[in-house]
Design a protein around this ligand. Sequence first.
Ligand SMILES: [Fe+2]
Ligand SMILES: [Fe+2]
Length: 304
Amino acid sequence: MSDPVIRRTTREDFVASSDPALQEAADRGDVNLLSYRELYHLWERQQWSVQDIDFSQDRIDWNERISPEERFQRMYGLSSFFLGEQRVTAELAPIMRAAPSEDMRIFLSTQIADEGRHVAFFDRFYHEVGVLEADDLQERLAESENHVNPKFRELFDEMLHERVDRLAREPEDLETMVEAVTIYHMVLEGMLALTGQHFIIEYNEQQGTLPGFVEGFSNVARDEHRHVAFGSRFLREMAERDERYRTAITRTLELVAPIAEDVLRPHWYEEGMPLFGYSISEVRAFALKALERRLKAIGLVAVG
Ligand SMILES: [Fe+2]
Ligand SMILES: [Fe+2]
């Protein structure tokens, strides 16, 4: 199997983010992470518009070319993303407020706008394509709750939410900030979102389905690489600053990464079932490889 992480590195706009997962050199610990200000400038150059995407072919594909069983299977990934984007949009403001420097805060403000745009993207896709029989965003979100793994709620509504709540009360608590960024940027975006995006985009490209969705979702993935690049830089600085923060990153990953691995597997999945042409172990390997490269860049995994 050719390394899927390496195959993705060919997209120039993804590589521009400096996300260590996209740099082969990260295996040797040789990464150059952009500064917060450079990441902000990249955001200015990488704008896109949800309302410009044409979903007319997607509507035909979804309703006439994709079977009801496959639509049900696809609902797992789509619902996890739709709800995941909604959750992270809601949780980011206290993290932005707690950021210890102004340059970080400027970047995180752009990320809040991105996450809102990602929710708007899914909402428009669902509406235009007719994925659910629901009248508005609120109803579409409520309906999507039926399609996700119960572990999803543990991850977003307990692990992340509890730390963000603590940060909202005590924004100067840097250790909680480090834990929140580890969960948000390293696990939810780095391990889950970018892995799901990779396999869902590949599958649609192979099948020639949902071209509007693929266009928008590739823009979402480009945004996520920028977000994860921020998280990598922030955690590297914190790990260098204090041993206590290094321990906080490791402790949080040990607690949260196994739950994230569970979320990568649909609750109805049975061993050996082909999942859009891939096995669960390939999906898992992709997520772990990306995490390993980022941890090397942060300085938490020995290079070799
Ligand atoms: Fe997002
Ligand atoms: Fe994000």
